[in-house]
Ligand binder design. Structure first.
Ligand code: SF4
Length: 496
């Protein structure tokens, strides 16, 4: 391992690194001493970052006369520009301040009262999380040490009750939560000690191994998970279905393999089924439960799947922040068990609200009788109800669908069928391959997140030269979901 090159004077601890250090000192050590080991953020993380920028831009509109610090120059230039703007008593965006080893940029500093400032941290989430107090606590500590007189501390985040009507109204889109008391009394007071410990950890020759634990995912997914968790065998105890605590206790006792969980350990019925199948390598099936489920399906049956995207800034009238906006559906219709299923699809084009076209086409396709089958049907029903709120002409029709809906997730969530290769998951992504041999693995678009991102890119941005190709891939992906469901039901019929 490379010899440590950091001394206390060289450490510059930003707020993000402070949060990293609170999560795990090993992570912090790597960030400073072997940064090359930290993987680049994935596409989902980058998308969240972009959304944060967008929300930040709306927040700035609420502070007239505000000026953004230019950070294109050196670190010291940023500090200097900030202090000049602070002297002018104007709202300052991205204000850079430093004290000792600490450094941060405040989203917004608002001049108030006699020489005082309000500190406003902008987040693209809809609620207050403990990590935000920690974040603002670090800033409060640093800015007051740097000489600012901070009056109030606020978290500014998205109000998901806001409904867009016309232009975005930033004062309604965003809500301000006063966190002054918690920040002043608790979260800022622990910063000094924490920073001292972090500097010790960063400048140490090596890190102290913390071992894996819930801290690897809380408050954020750690980028070193693949490295630190690599000692686990492929079929490890973390595959246990919906069991977050037991795996860590088992690891502490040196039990890594799923099949080695001792019989003396009390398990839920589903976990026990899982262990039994793990040992035998054979699937479990409960014929009565499968038959009972299949009896709920009536012909004609409509297998449906929706793709959606969401944004903190509602893009269309009558939509809320983070509302899932459907842009695509696939429907396979089974009119008679001996015929090949009929396929219908919809994929919105253009930059208008896709919901009117989506709802009109779906109503044409799924008619007014027969079962409607979805995998995790509560999602599809929620989308339809939200669309009906925005377009009340569909309200009655959507209500009429409730009695027709069948959730194909149910027999898997109930463990009426479980195959060890489902790896403790009942998602269609895991169920489809074990029952049909089909898989999403080699698809360029093979998950909802990618579908959503790619649709958005080719529809709403100029980076769309490959639009035709992406639309074809989207059609293939969504169609696999519904054809897959038809085949899953066929396989269940063979098992009953
Ligand atoms: S994966 Fe866990 S143990 Fe490893 S650095 Fe991250 S938080 Fe620490």
């Amino acid at each position: 391992m490379e010899k440590n090159k950091y001394t206390k004077n060289l450490v510059r601890l930003s707020k993000t690194k402070y949060l990293n250090g609170l999560q795990c000192k090993k992570l912090l050590w790597y960030i400073y001493n072997e940064p090359g080991v930290i993987p680049e953020p994935d596409e989902d993380t980058k998308a969240v970052f972009d959304q944060g920028q967008l929300v930040g831009d709306y927040a700035k509109k609420l502070f007239s006369g505000g000026v953004e610090v230019d950070h294109t120059g050196s670190f010291d230039d940023g500090l200097k520009s900030t202090s000049e703007l602070i002297a002018k008593r104007v709202p300052v965006f991205e204000a850079a301040l430093a004290h000792g080893n600490c450094y941060a940029r405040a989203d917004i500093l608002e001049p108030v009262g006699k020489g005082k400032w309000n500190l406003i941290e902008v987040k693209s989430s809809t609620d207050l999380k403990e990590v935000y107090y920690t974040d603002i606590g670090f800033q409060y500590y640093l800015y007051t040490k740097a000489g600012l007189d901070i009056d109030k501390c606020y978290l500014m985040c998205i109000d998901n009750n806001y409904v867009r009507r016309g232009d975005i109204e930033p004062e309604k889109l965003l809500k301000k939560i006063d966190v002054t008391a918690e920040v002043k009394e608790t979260y800022s007071k622990i910063v000094e000690n924490n920073v001292a410990e972090m500097i010790k950890a960063i400048t140490a020759e090596n890190y102290i191994e913390p071992g894996i634990g819930p801290h690897c995912h809380d408050p954020y997914g750690c980028p070193l998970t693949a490295k630190c968790w690599s000692f686990l065998p492929e079929r490890n105890v973390f595959l246990l279905y919906r069991n977050n605590k037991l795996p860590f206790a088992l690891i502490k006792d040196g039990i890594y393999e799923l099949s080695r969980i001792p019989e003396t350990i009390a398990l839920s019925e589903k976990n026990q089924i899982q262990i039994n199948t793990e040992k035998t390598g054979k699937p479990h099936s409960d014929r009565d439960k499968i038959r009972e489920f299949l009896d709920t399906i009536e012909l004609p049956s409509y297998y449906i799947d929706f793709e959606t995207w969401q944004s903190p800034i509602p893009m269309f009238d009558n939509s809320r922040p983070y509302q899932q906006i459907p842009f695509q559906f696939s429907v396979h219709i089974n009119r008679c068990n001996n015929l090949l299923p009929e396929h219908h699809s919809f994929l919105a084009d253009g930059t208008d609200d896709p919901r009117p076209g989506f709802m009109a086409r779906l109503r044409e396709v799924i008619g007014n009788k027969g079962s409607i089958i979805a995998f995790n049907a509560s999602f599809e029903m929620r989308i339809l109800k939200e669309c009906a709120e925005a377009f009340p002409q569909y309200k009655e029709w959507v209500e009429s669908l409730e009695g027709r809906i069948v959730d194909l997730l149910q027999p898997f969530r109930d463990f009426a069928y479980y195959h060890p290769k489902q790896d403790g998951s009942c998602s269609i992504k895991n169920v489809l391959p074990v029952l049909t041999g089909k898989s999403y693995n080699n698809m360029k678009i093979g998950d909802g997140g990618t579908a959503s991102r790619e649709y958005f890119r080719v529809t709403f941005t100029k980076d769309n030269e490959d639009k035709a190709k992406i639309r074809k891939l989207l059609e293939e992906y969504c169609a696999l979901d519904t054809l897959g469901m038809v085949e899953i039901v066929e396989r269940l019929h063979n098992l009953k």
